[in-house]
Design a protein around this ligand. Structure first.
Ligand code: ADP
Length: 262
């Protein structure tokens, strides 16, 4: 317990430190970006010759600003707007973007059931959760492969919860994102949810993708499971508590049936 406590405190101080740096860095990057965009307007004659230099400047400043945004949204913790959401719509939106932007060598398969429970949550945040997982799946398949997104309704009972450390009793909409990529070695698997842990080359990964995922999912009362086999692929499961209204709706739907036999 003590090591766990120490770990949490260490992660908290990393968060505080990082958000401080991110905030200051944002103040530095804003004028750089503004000047990079202003120069070609102020000096149109200079522009053709130095176009690519300005592009590098603007690109880098923008990437820095994106990173800052990620760090800040991660460190700020997550509140978000809560609404009843159709998980199906959310997945379809993400799949649309993924199909448009990922390399053709990544085949995208979506398999959703007729009726999927709704969840109560922030659509922007949950969108980000799915996007982060899809981007990781893409990065794990540099030579192409299959990205599969499925979903199901799941009731976790006490027996199941006892056997699974993370699981809590309740009704869940479960989203599974599977890739046929490189897989994650066990010694790395332990660390993937740590903020700033990345195996990607400099400039490619921030190490904030999965810590953001877990932060958002936990703030929605859910949890995450991961299964991976080196050389085979990886599967992330996102468990989101089903919205209360849906359960009542379902109960109402069942009632007339129950009454029929009388
Ligand atoms: P980043 O993507 O910026 O590296 P993440 O927190 O999203 O940060 O991921 C941390 C690390 O977890 C990655 O660098 C990678 O080593 C590993 N990882 C995450 N998802 C996958 C996946 N689908 N397949 C293989 N490795 C993965």
């Amino acid at each position: 317990l003590e090591t766990q406590l120490f770990r949490t405190q260490r992660l908290e101080s990393i968060g505080t430190l990082a958000s401080g740096i991110a905030h200051d860095l944002n103040n530095i990057l804003t004028p750089i970006l503004a000047v990079a965009q202003l120069l070609p307007i102020k000096f149109p004659d200079l522009y053709p010759e130095h176009e690519h230099l300005l592009e590098i400047l603007e690109d880098s400043a923008r990437r820095g600003a994106d990173l800052v945004k990620q760090v800040l949204s991660f460190a700020r913790g997550v509140e978000g707007k809560r609404m009843t959401l159709q998980v199906k719509h959310l997945i379809k939106e993400v799949v649309k973007i993924v199909k448009q932007t990922f390399p053709k060598s990544v085949e995208v398969v979506m398999d959703l059931p007729q009726n999927l429970w709704t969840v109560c949550g922030d659509s922007t945040q949950l969108h980000q959760v799915l996007m982060n997982l899809c981007v990781n799946a893409r990065d794990a398949m540099p030579n192409g492969g299959t990205l599969t997104i499925t979903a199901e309704n799941l009731v976790i009972d006490e027996n199941y919860a006892r056997m699974h450390l993370e699981a809590k009793v309740g009704s869940y909409a479960v989203i599974t994102i599977t890739d046929t990529g490189v897989g994650i070695p066990p010694e790395i698997l332990e660390r993937i949810f740590e903020p700033f842990f990345t195996t990607k080359e400099l400039g490619k990964g921030t190490g904030l993708g999965l810590s953001t995922v877990i932060g958002i999912v936990k703030s929605h009362g859910g949890f995450v499971n991961v299964y991976s086999e080196v050389g085979q692929g990886t599967s992330f499961k996102i468990y989101l508590p089903a919205a209360q209204e849906t359960e009542t709706e379902l109960a109402q739907e069942l009632e007339p049936l129950a009454g029929k036999g009388e």
